[in-house]
Design a protein around this ligand. Sequence first.
Ligand SMILES: [Fe+2]
Length: 157
Amino acid sequence: MKTTINDESKLKIAERLKPILADQFVLYTKTRNYHWNVIGDMFFTLHIKFEELYNELALDVDETAERIRTYGSNAPGTMSEFLKLSSLKEETAGKYPNQLEMAKNIANDYDLLASRINEIGLKLQKEFGDEITAGKLYSIAERYEKHVWMLKSLFKN
Ligand SMILES: [Fe+2]
């Protein structure tokens, strides 16, 4: 088993991390948007929950970006790059789904992101033997799966 990762591989790994960074940034923006614009009888619950989530995402974005820098590449840092790299859908400008739809959208995004992160983690382990980055990704995915459970519990009977 290889224990060192050469510079060429590190740059390839960084490329795999860029879409994750973009997804996290898009989700960060969506969660902030919903925090500001949610209305309804679950206002206080969701307003506070969305804030908790975007604060966590702000830290995650930083972790991912700095991992990319650690591996010698530049971290994407513009909205146009994020939108190009991300596979999550931005909320339509001026459109505000109802409170349950907001919770569902965020849950679905976390769900998608958790499985994508897991998939990339597996590839980093198999292709590059990068247990450290894979381990970081798995712990992120685990947290996101927990958010899915909690958010989905809001609208399940
Ligand atoms: Fe606020």
